[in-house]
Design a protein around this ligand. Structure first.
Ligand SMILES: [Zn+2]
Ligand SMILES: [Zn+2]
Ligand SMILES: [Zn+2]
Length: 149
């Protein structure tokens, strides 16, 4: 299925495999590579970024892999300005409890999106009967450290 398995040598394959198994994801060669790709990023990535990192692989397989990762609580999506990006979750996310209640930072200059995992979104009551909040996103905009230099 994938002839680039040798790349895994630099990052211990068994560590990645355990991480997939801990989220109930069957560790195929492709999934291991996509997880490794996410671990190498310091910012959130679009599907296009992932495709660019896997020139040999077909889009549908990559898309399905990303959707599986998202539904199992391995990655979460951030949508800003109609662009959806993905980043790794904390280890306590899973398919049942999948809430990444941290703030995301979008740089106005380079456009990168970063998880501010240490900045949590506060709980806010919705004082309207019949409304149920099941997801919340908070995006800070400004200039990132790379662009400040
Ligand atoms: Zn999550
Ligand atoms: Zn920037
Ligand atoms: Zn995030």
């Amino acid at each position: 299925m994938c002839n680039r398995l040798y790349i895994l040598n630099e990052m211990k394959a068994d560590v990645l495999e355990k991480e997939l198994l801990s989220k109930n994801i069957n560790p195929t060669a492709m999934r291991l590579l996509v997880l490794k790709f996410f671990k190498q990023q310091h910012k959130a990535v679009t599907l296009g970024d992932i495709e660019a990192g896997f020139d040999q692989s077909d889009r549908v397989t990559l898309y399905r892999t990303v959707k599986t990762f998202e539904s199992k609580g391995l990655i979460h999506s951030i949508t800003s300005n109609n662009v959806t990006q993905y980043a790794l979750c904390n280890s306590d996310c899973n398919e049942k409890k999948h809430r990444d209640t941290h703030v995301h930072f979008v740089c106005r200059n380079c456009g990168q999106t970063i998880c501010l995992t240490q900045v949590l979104i506060p709980d806010v009551e919705v004082p309207a009967a019949g409304f149920v909040v099941d997801d919340v996103e908070m995006v800070f905009k400004g200039v990132c450290a790379d662009c400040e230099l």
